[in-house]
Design a binder for this molecule. Structure first.
Ligand SMILES: Cc1ncc(COP(=O)(O)O)c(C=O)c1O
Length: 394
């Protein structure tokens, strides 16, 4: 079984580039150049230096002793929350800004849900002195206010998306609209393994540093490169793609992708794409998509802005269809309880997106000698107001 993208940009039946004609030259320019550029020694050197000195990589692989005792198994946390800006998103924005510069682009746009990708994009634009416009749903602007302030402080313009559910999908629509109007000077930094080929593959490659490090760190700590389980939450799927990447071909490593069930899979307020979705096209890619019988996209819902998306990247649709990864849906309440538990057990307040991944510990029984790696994709600072309201912490 092959889990890598093929020459036409497909993972099995999923992927491709379904784009308006106006964007064809941009996507084609990227498709023809991304592998060439990223293979250049000067690119590799600059990328690695920034990951080490600016982002703070490698991030630790931390053995969570108290959590392990509680669940009677060996739990390791890959600490992407310790990356500069507070989440894995910056691994990808560093890579893409270096590509944008080499393509001679002067203006950067991006979409954001939780604001982590927006902050990571605004950060690298400040670092490189480039103009930056971030599109963000009106609802997300309210629930992720600290990140909006950070983007502004970093010099980015934040433009609200006011259509649809006023969340990530709508912000992405606006960013694509901007790109169509400014195809010459503008580069679109997509924040997840979504969008037209080559974005899903390019973003997965930049995030693959996560699993590369896990292998080396496990070898040192456990004498094996291979865990029994890797667990990660999935919005579009970039932190999961990065955590899974170097284990995809090792079928003994069980991969668990965790989606947001919102108020319940059958509640009508959910973002559990793998269960509720059918094949469709969203944001330039053929993938699993929540939609009505006549193909209208269903408005998604999750308490976490970063998982509030009606699709998943084409790699994840393929992993679901081939059963290479197990998909588990976690409700808002289950995620919030797990966020509370991790805070009190290990002294780590996770992003609410990440809290969904921890809730799997209550859904699956692991063996005492299993090595379970959970990708801790981001910190909870941005979510404090949601935690405060939910747990009445005033
Ligand atoms: C901390 C965190 N984890 C996970 C996600 C979900 O994105 P992805 O599935 O691309 O990793 C986000 C998105 O904003 C996020 O901020």
């Amino acid at each position: 079984m092959n889990y890598q993208v093929d020459e036409k940009g497909f993972y099995g039946e999923f992927g491709g580039a379904f784009i308006p004609e106006m964007l064809y030259p941009n996507i084609e320019e990227l498709r023809l150049n991304y592998l060439k550029i990223t293979a250049e020694p000067s690119f590799k050197k600059e990328f690695m230096e920034l990951l080490v000195d600016y982002v703070g990589r490698p991030t630790p692989l931390y053995f969570a002793k108290r959590l392990s005792e509680q669940y009677n198994t060996k739990i390791y946390l890959k600490r992407e929350d310790l990356c500069h800006t507070g989440a894995h998103k910056i691994n990808n924005t560093i890579g893409q800004i270096l590509i944008a510069k080499r393509l001679g682009k002067t203006r950067i746009i991006a979409e954001t849900g939780a604001g982590q990708h927006g902050v990571a994009t605004a950060t690298v634009c400040a670092l490189m002195g480039l103009e930056c416009v971030i599109y963000m749903g009106e609802i997300d602007i309210k629930r992720q206010a600290p990140n909006v302030a950070r983007m502004k402080m970093l010099g980015a313009e934040v433009r609200p998306a006011t259509s649809g559910s006023k969340t990530l999908k709508d912000a992405t629509n606006e960013a694509i609209r901007d790109w169509i109007n400014n195809p010459e000077n503008t580069y679109y930094i997509i924040g997840s393994v979504v969008g037209p080929h080559p974005y899903p593959d390019m973003v997965a490659r930049f995030q693959a540093v996560i699993s590369e490090e896990i292998k080396a760190q496990l070898e040192e700590k456990e004498g094996t490169e291979f865990p029994d389980y890797v667990i990660a939450c999935v919005g579009g799927g970039s932190n999961a793609a990065g955590a899974f990447y170097h284990f995809l071909e090792d079928e003994n490593v069980n991969l668990i992708a965790v989606e947001a069930a919102g108020k319940g899979v059958e509640s009508g307020e959910s973002a559990a794409t793998s269960i509720l979705g059918k094949m469709g096209i969203i944001h330039g890619s053929k993938t699993l998509l929540m939609q009505s019988n006549d193909g209208q996209i269903t408005e998604p819902y999750s308490i976490s802005a970063g998982l509030d998306y009606p699709g998943v990247g084409p790699l994840h649709s393929h992993l679901h269809q081939t059963k290479r990864a197990e998909f588990i849906a976690i409700t808002d309440d289950e995620a919030m309880q797990s966020g509370w538990e991790l805070s009190q057990t290990e002294g780590i307040i996770p992003a609410i997106e990440t809290a969904h991944a921890f809730a799997v510990l209550n859904k699956k029984q692991f063996e005492p000698n299993n090595i379970v790696v959970i990708n801790l994709s981001g910190r909870g600072d941005k979510d404090l107001s949601t935690y405060i309201d939910y747990f009445n912490l005033r």
